[in-house]
Design a protein around this ligand. Structure first.
Ligand code: MN
Length: 738
């Protein structure tokens, strides 16, 4: 019974074929001046000339297409410059006329618009993810310069979607997919619901013709049964509103095919389940009347708890305003109601385009509000781009941002914050302030202590508890949903990695220097300058970072440093490498730059050896690990390691347990392990024969002594046979790249 403002409105954009410039001019005379219309005509003749010999795939002269695009924009009452740009939008791309030439003919603004649209046209979505991301950045930049660029582009795409039938099936599918994935969400973000719905309907039909046909047939079949009830309820509502002296129009709403299809898929509902809802829209004359109509409706039918939403007081981020409620109708039939004013309805259908359609000078009007919101959105995109480390990260954040299903929550002081659906306290904290986000340690939801990962619901009051010196947790990336939280956490981790790799580099270099009778503290300025010179690095820290990341070998760097003074005739010749194998101590608290190999799962107590892996720092292997065979003699890849006397943390080991089939034996095994202060990370059972099974386990332990105790206790269970530790997992051997 989830109600979605955007899923039911019938597409209202007129679909008359664009026949002639004269017809268009007549249409424009309703809202443009004569000289403005004259300019549009001039652009038309210019484009007609330029595309002279070109034809569309349908065989029609090419000019049909720009004319049709201008028609779509005329329906939205777009200004004359947008219409001129529509006429000329393919000229630069397809005819070789330059932007400068257009500028001389029609002025800079129109030339810029055409240029912007052309750049968007060159963008091919759905290619490699990276290219797609860069393209989207270009799109955001073009929109930021003049939002009309995207409106012309959307109209262009709409006409192409309407005439998709003439294309080859593979091309048709590619364009349809791109429309559903990119242009639909953009139209939605700009509140242009009519266009979005048409994109979705046409895209659905082109991408999944069979499924579209089936859903359509089902809708037709169910319509007969519903029609009577639908009308009965509609009349009841209309009459009741009239009795309450409310001037209101009541419409029944039909769900469109793509939204039915998506609901069936995403909510796993049956077709009849979705169709069993009766939906209406009530249009009234003022915001005040919206609430009066709501009161009247609630006295006619009982409202369903928890389904009332007030987007009039708090509009959605794309400017959408409406009251939503769900009622129990006769015989318990659910009825969805949307109540809004005429102006809000225009806003809901045309979004940002309503700004041109109803030139409203009232700054409080929802129409001019939509324009401001669109600007804010584009501005936000640009900021996100600056923060993101690369374009893939950017597009991920944008994609999140393109599907704005919000929740509204309160700060302890009563301020409202709007967050994406599924947001958690961490998202909230970052929305309040970056510092609050990065220092948050706990939260209260409606005064109750709650996990930071809990999803927030509209209406809750959220209090964030921060601690000085607290740091973002990498695990948060698993549940945050807002672009802002995600990009900030990633940014922090990048820095963190940087600091930790410098620290590790320092330790590694010191160890190598120690074998040569020196240390970092003892290095002279001359030595450091010499190595910066030799390596082309501009700071010693980046050299240390490189060592920590495993991109540079500590021992060789140490030799280079010592050679620098040897040349100057100071110091002794370095010792041979063999004497320098004092192991590095591993305590388990080193952070991200020390990791533990998943092929041999070393645990404290095992003899270990380090593998310097480029970009990943030191990977700790068991000394006997088969994967290390080829590196063991290679000084530049390997290093001696030793566990600290007291090691922190838990380490994974793999066990193989043979047992006799018996009811409840797996449960018994699991309980036993848990009771011994170990966690089971993974368990899989492999049947040997009807009587015996082999169980593979991954459990966490503190060290060898802990493990030995666990193995001993397991063996004491009657139906358990052999228990052994696996030291070179076959599954990992294959996956490990040297
Ligand atoms: Mn075009």
């Amino acid at each position: 019974m989830e109600m979605d403002c955007a899923d039911t409105a019938p597409a209202k954009l007129a679909r008359q074929p664009a026949q002639s410039i004269d017809q268009l001019a007549e249409k424009l005379s309703l809202y443009l001046d004569t000289d403005q219309i004259q300019l549009v005509r001039r652009a038309y003749y210019y484009a007609e000339q330029a595309h002279d010999q070109q034809r569309r795939r349908s065989g029609e002269p090419y000019i049909i297409h720009p004319l049709a695009v201008a028609y779509i924009l005329a329906d939205m009452h777009m200004d004359h410059q947008s219409l001129m740009a529509a006429m000329l939008h393919d000229v630069i791309e397809d005819t070789g006329i330059s932007k400068e030439a257009l500028g001389e003919q029609f002025g800079e603004t129109v030339a810029d618009l055409v240029d912007g649209v052309s750049k968007l046209t060159q963008i091919k979505f759905g290619s490699r993810a990276e290219a797609q991301a860069e393209n989207f950045q270009k799109m955001a930049l073009a929109m930021a310069e003049d939002i009309r660029v995207i409106l012309v582009k959307l109209a262009d795409r709409l006409h192409n979607m309407r005439t998709l039938g003439v294309l080859r099936p593979d091309k048709r599918r590619r364009i349809a997919k791109e429309t559903l994935e990119m242009y639909g969400p953009i139209a939605n973000r700009l509140g242009m619901n009519n266009i979005r719905i048409e994109f979705e309907e046409l895209g659905f039909q082109a991408l999944h013709p069979m499924r579209a046909e089936r859903v359509k047939a089902a809708v037709m079949a169910s319509r007969g049964n519903r029609k009577e009830i639908l009308e009965k309820i509609r009349t009841a509502i209309a009459n009741h509103l009239k009795q309450e002296a409310l001037n209101a129009e009541v419409y029944g709403r039909e769900k469109h095919l793509y939204s039915i299809y998506q609901k069936m898929r995403s909510k796993k509902k049956s077709f009849s389940n979705i169709m069993d809802v009766y939906a209406y829209r009530i249009i009234v004359d003022s915001a005040d009347s919206c609430y009066r109509a709501l009161g009247a409706i609630h006295s006619l039918y009982k409202p369903v708890q928890g389904h009332f939403k007030d987007y009039v007081a708090i509009p959605k981020s794309n400017g959408y305003q409406s009251l939503h409620t769900v009622l129990f109708g006769m015989h318990g039939v659910p009825i969805e109601i949307q109540i809004r004013t005429k102006e809000m309805d225009e806003m809901a259908n045309n979004g940002i385009a309503a700004h041109w359609l109803y030139k409203s000078d009232d700054p409080n009007s929802s129409l001019s509000g939509s324009h401001t919101r669109a600007r804010q959105w584009v501005q936000g995109l640009l900021e996100m781009q600056q923060r993101a480390g690369n374009s893939l990260e950017f597009i991920e954040n944008v994609k999140i941002d393109l599907f704005p299903d919000e929740v509204y929550v309160f700060t302890p002081k009563g301020n409202i914050l709007e967050l994406s659906q599924g947001s958690t306290a961490v998202d909230f904290a970052y929305a309040v302030h970056t510092d609050v986000g990065s220092r948050c340690v706990a939260c209260r939801i409606n005064r109750r202590l709650a996990p930071l990962s809990e999803q927030l619901q509209s209406g809750q009051t959220i209090e964030i508890i921060t601690a000085p010196g607290a740091k973002p947790n990498p695990g948060w990336l698993n549940f945050v949903v807002t672009g802002k939280a995600r990009s900030n956490i990633r940014h922090f981790l990048k820095n963190q990695r940087h600091t930790e790799s410098i620290e590790l580099g320092q330790r590694l270099l010191n160890k190598a220097l120690a074998s040569l009778g020196s240390s970092i503290d003892k290095l002279s300025e001359k030595q450091i300058n010499q190595i910066l010179n030799d390596t082309g690095h501009n700071s010693f820290d980046t050299i240390l970072e490189d060592i920590g990341l495993g991109n540079r070998v500590a021992y060789i760097t140490a030799r280079q440093l010592m050679d620098a003074i040897d040349q100057a005739g100071q110091g002794d010749a370095p010792d041979s490498p063999e004497t320098s194998t004092k192991p590095l101590i591993i305590s388990g608290t080193e952070g991200m730059m020390i990791s533990f190999a998943r092929c041999c799962h070393p645990i404290p107590g095992d003899p270990i050896i380090g593998h310097l892996s480029a970009g990943r720092g030191v990977v700790v292997h068991a000394e006997a690990c088969k994967n290390m065979t080829e590196f063991r003699e290679n000084r530049s890849k390997c290093m001696a390691l030793r566990w600290a006397d007291k090691v922190e943390g838990e380490f994974i080991v793999e066990l193989r347990v043979e047992l006799e089939q018996q009811k409840g034996i797996i449960a018994l095994l699991a309980t036993k392990i848990n009771s011994l202060d170990a966690n089971i990370e993974k368990i899989s059972v492999e049947e040997k024969d009807a009587r015996f099974s082999i169980v593979h386990l991954e459990i966490t332990v503190h060290n060898r002594i802990h493990l030995a105790r666990i193995m001993k206790r397991l063996r004491s269970i009657l139906s358990i046979g052999r228990v052994s530790r696996i030291k070179n997992s076959a599954s990992w051997r294959r996956k490990l790249s040297p």
